[in-house]
Design a protein around this ligand. Structure first.
Ligand code: HEM
Length: 284
């Protein structure tokens, strides 16, 4: 398929648009990763309150979402236009120049970007729209008489499935590869990667990708290894078995709130969580 308006957007503008929209995601993933790390706070409270706070922003949250969607459209669109432009410039008789050592990340940018995009759709269907399992919407966390959505339980249940956890590790690995090359290209496009700084900036970009990778994968890996079992929380398996029992009794026709009890009996006094409501997770 040919580009309908090949000359409308100059290449440099396309590269700038790629760099700026990419920069927005570079910051977004850092913020999201730091938010996720609250799962290690020793209680489901912090991540559930954080999610509740984000949802309480209402219209502001929607403005941010629309801005992110706009950046995503621009980023993907410019990536497609620039890839086509590069292929056209090489022509059909293009022979690979073996003297040019392009990195794995740079050669696979369009493919890693495509997989990350597919991952994002699945991720939103799973945790934001909560369409992959009907019980997700009913998970509630009770704290000082307030009922919050239990994001913590949703994440534990999701990553208790080894295939799902492995898919996340794979997708986040690609994200790290994509980010490390994307960040160093961004420095190039914005004109800050001169000969003096080139090596240092390239290393900084790789370190950033690695940091994001470790921060994100720590969540599925820790669930798979049941590392959330330390006091005062009940072991992951006990929490999951409560959800599974609730899941057996739960019906989409008459959805009832599912409240997990996370705390050992002595700790219940500090929360107003009711006694264990039910119990583990089939088919996740
Ligand atoms: C282990 C890795 C991850 C975990 C545990 C995780 C967890 C979550 C959860 C629980 C939500 C729903 C938050 C809520 O409704 O309160 C969410 C939303 C989201 N996540 Fe992730 N996430 C991970 C990785 C990623 C990655 C790598 C990306 C980007 C490529 C990403 C992009 C998003 C976006 C765009 C949303 C929607 C935010 C909104 O509702 O406006 N996530 N994530």
């Amino acid at each position: 398929m040919s580009d309908p308006h090949p000359a409308r957007i100059p290449s440099l503008v396309k590269k700038y648009l790629m760099a700026v929209s990419g920069f927005v995601f570079t910051l977004f993933v850092l913020g999201h990763m730091l938010g996720n790390l609250q799962i290690f706070a020793g209680s489901p409270g912090p991540i559930n309150r954080y999610s509740d706070f984000l949802h309480s922003l209402g219209e502001l949250l929607w403005l941010v979402r629309l801005f992110l969607i706009g950046c995503l459209v621009v980023h993907v669109w410019m990536a497609i236009l620039l890839t086509r432009e590069n292929r056209r410039a090489r022509g059909p008789g293009y022979v690979k120049d073996v003297t040019v050592q392009a990195s794995l990340a740079s050669r696979t940018m369009i493919w890693s970007g495509g997989v990350i995009f597919a991952f994002l759709i699945i991720h939103l269907a799973d945790y934001t729209l909560q369409t992959t399992h009907p019980i997700f919407k009913s998970l509630e966390y009770v704290e000082n008489g307030r009922r919050l959505h239990d994001v913590y339980a949703m994440v534990l249940v999701g990553f208790s499935n080894p295939a799902f956890a492995a898919f996340y590790v794979f997708a986040v690995g690609l994200l790290c590869l994509h980010l490390s090359h994307g960040v160093s290209s961004m420095f190039q496009t914005l004109g800050v990667r001169n000969e003096k700084w080139r090596g240092w900036l390239n290393h900084a970009a790789i370190a950033y990708g690695l940091l994001i990778f470790l921060g994100f994968v720590s969540v599925p890996v820790s669930v798979q290894m049941s590392l959330h079992s330390a006091r005062p929380l009940l072991p992951v398996q006990t929490v999951l078995s409560q959800v599974e029992t609730a899941n057996k009794a739960w019906s989409a026709d008459t959805p009832t709130p599912v409240v997990v009890n996370y705390f050992l009996p002595a700790d219940n006094a500090s929360t107003s969580a009711p006694a264990p409501s039910a119990t583990s997770v089939k088919g996740f």
